[in-house]
Design a protein around this ligand. Structure first.
Ligand code: ADP
Length: 416
């Protein structure tokens, strides 16, 4: 009975070791593997830990790498101290992985002599890459923070010290405004990251009238499109239905794509296209495309542009400002809303971001018998008779002053 229990315990222990997370191995004094878990074996191209027994580092790695590993093992045995190291290892397929490894001496339980080493290695490749992207983000941000701030301080000091005529004052005011706007943009980008990190919050399910949504997007984009003298083309399928989705998230996603299209286009056209691909079982397959005739993106960068903090045209070396957050946010939102995003582009010609969603149809598209009936949308491109009075409530005098001036310049009657 006791033997049986011992065997069970032993089997369990063996199982725990082979299935243990991380990479786990032990070697004798000659550097020959005496055991390993399955994760280590799989990384090295084998099936189970048993397959590694009797092999040395020279069987798996380059001579150079194996020698370094051997040297560390010897040091651990000699000093009898734990050794902790970050190591980049290539397996037989040449895949580079960064490990955080800890190695300790292995003692004979009876003689207490050092008879080898025990090692445990954790794959930290992903966090290393994230760290790298973060460094680039900080580099971009430091540059983008310093430049406008130095400008603002410089201009303000000159203004404080020097007598200026009206024209000079106006020019300085414009420069200071430009620099402050850049700072605000940066601040918004940083806040966006924080927001994105907690975006897994609830996804709303509300009716979204797609033609109406495109109209709102067009209105939001109009000023920047006009400022850059670009054309805007809206191509809507006549049967676009009202669907169920999260209106704000969908809008933010498309705004990000449209803003990028404008940002990376000097001349030509931005287009927003929405088509109904099919309707099946009260679900509509919708394709949305945002295209531009801008600088384009190299094919080798297609995978990377959706990573957080990745900029294909970084601001410290080029003329485009940005923090590599927009497309990360777009991809995450598309995933959350059950969509797929793909990019196609040619450098110098333009880019196109295509989204495919399957949305449930809103009740209004389904009649009493449960049949789907889509009506061509009677959608007006120009809204008329909008209200010209605005009430502004704001407790910061400076902000109130600026908002009021802006609204007045846009032709509104403002009450504060
Ligand atoms: P950013 O804030 O830098 O614009 P994004 O995450 O929105 O960040 O985009 C990542 C990178 O992808 C951009 O830095 C840019 O190099 C590239 N990119 C995105 N959209 C476009 C586009 N429409 N045309 C050309 N390049 C683009």
């Amino acid at each position: 009975m006791k033997n049986e229990n011992n065997k069970k315990d032993y089997d369990l222990l063996v199982n725990i070791i082979s299935e243990a997370p991380g990479h786990f191995y032990w070697k004798d004094a000659e550097g020959i593997c005496r055991g390993a878990n399955n994760a280590q074996a799989i990384f090295l191209g084998y099936k189970s830990g048993k397959d590694l027994i009797g092999k040395t580092g020279f069987d798996f790695y380059s001579k150079e790498q194996a020698e370094i590993i051997r040297k560390i093992d010897k040091q651990v045995m000699k000093t009898q101290k734990e050794y902790c190291i970050e190591e980049v290892v290539s397996n037989q397929e040449g895949v580079k992985t960064t490990f955080l490894s800890r190695k300790i001496p292995l003692y004979d339980p009876n003689t207490k002599e050092v008879i080898g080493i025990i090692g445990i290695s954790l794959d930290i490749t992903a966090s290393k890459q994230a760290e790298l992207a973060k460094q680039q983000f900080i580099m971009n941000m430091a540059h983008d923070l310093r430049t406008p701030l130095a400008g603002i301080i410089g201009l303000a000091s000159i203004q404080a010290d020097k007598k200026m005529n009206h024209q000079e004052q106006q020019q300085y005011g414009q420069w200071i405004r430009g620099a402050s706007e850049q700072l605000l943009e940066l601040l918004n980008a940083v806040l966006k990251v924080i927001d994105t990190e907690k975006m897994t919050d609830s996804i709303k399910a509300e009716p979204v009238h797609l033609p109406q949504l495109t109209k709102e997007l067009q209105a939001l984009m109009q000023p920047s499109i006009e400022a850059k003298k670009l054309e805007f083309e809206l191509k809507l399928n006549a049967l676009l239905p009202t669907i169920i989705s999260d209106q704000i998230k969908l809008k933010r996603l498309l705004l990000n794509l449209l803003s990028n299209a404008v940002k990376f286009t000097k001349k030509g056209k931005i287009s927003l296209e929405m088509s109904l691909l099919s309707v099946e079982e009260r679900q509509a397959k919708i394709e949305i495309r945002v295209a531009d005739t801008g600088i384009g993106i190299g094919k080798d960068k297609f995978d990377k542009i959706f990573d957080r903090f990745y900029c294909a045209h970084p601001s410290y070396e080029a003329e485009y400002t940005g923090y590599g957050i927009g497309l990360y946010l777009v991809k995450r939102t598309a995933d959350l809303l059950g969509g797929k995003i793909t990019v196609s582009s040619e450098e110098g010609k333009g880019s196109c971001f295509a989204l495919e969603f399957i949305f449930p149809l809103a009740e209004e598209n389904v009649d009493e018998t449960g049949c789907v009936t889509l009506q061509p949308s009677h959608f007006e491109t120009h809204s008329e008779g909008h209200n010209h009075s605005v009430l502004v409530a704001e407790d910061n005098t400076l902000v109130l002053y600026v908002v009021k001036n802006l609204l007045v310049s846009l032709g509104y009657d403002v009450t504060t």
